[in-house]
Write a protein that binds this ligand. Sequence first.
Ligand code: URA
Length: 221
Amino acid sequence: MTRELESLTKKILVCEECHLKLGRTQVVPGIYGPQKSICIVGEAPGYYEDQQGFPFVGKSGELLDNMLKGIGLTREKNVSILNVIKCRPTTENGQNRTPTDSELRFCGERWLEMQLSLLSPKLIVTLGGIALKFFIPSGKVTQLAGQLVKFDELNHIFVTYHPAYILRKKTLEMMEEYNSHFEQILSLYQSETLEQDFNQVTERDEQASKKTNQKSLKDFL
Ligand code: URA
């Protein structure tokens, strides 16, 4: 971790800038992989993340790790895993809840954007509709899933589903589509130039994804 990232993370860990501090056990800043690699961005910590202090450690995290393993990557070595929001949003009776638009903007602009600028990822991957909304407010996962989308002059996001959505759906088709998204992520990550290579990625990946399907399907369906 660079000095800048370390000092930013120290600030995130003691953030008291909004009311989400009231419902949290601890702040979940995220975990960092190498600079100029892949940043996976989720929504916000849930119960288990809030307890343990790390992103995606529940069932969703298990699926995410398995998807990464399917393309030869691990959270320990290759990718950063962040959330737009760093503290668990809770209802009055302590359940997880969806963050509001203003919570998303407030926390994302304060911390996620700084993390991204220090990590300078080659590729940002958004998991689910809430993370997508932060980058593209009118974006719909149903329309953009599996696509590389430019969200400002320089930066792209690859849009895919939240693992919790795949776990809820539990269909063969969804799992196959999810596998093909991760194959696309790998190809984009390995490509010289994101945009130029992207059109070729889809076809190649249909072949590649068939290889990894079985492993993930057995575990998760
Ligand atoms: N869901 C998210 O979006 N992020 C987490 O860290 C865990 C579950």
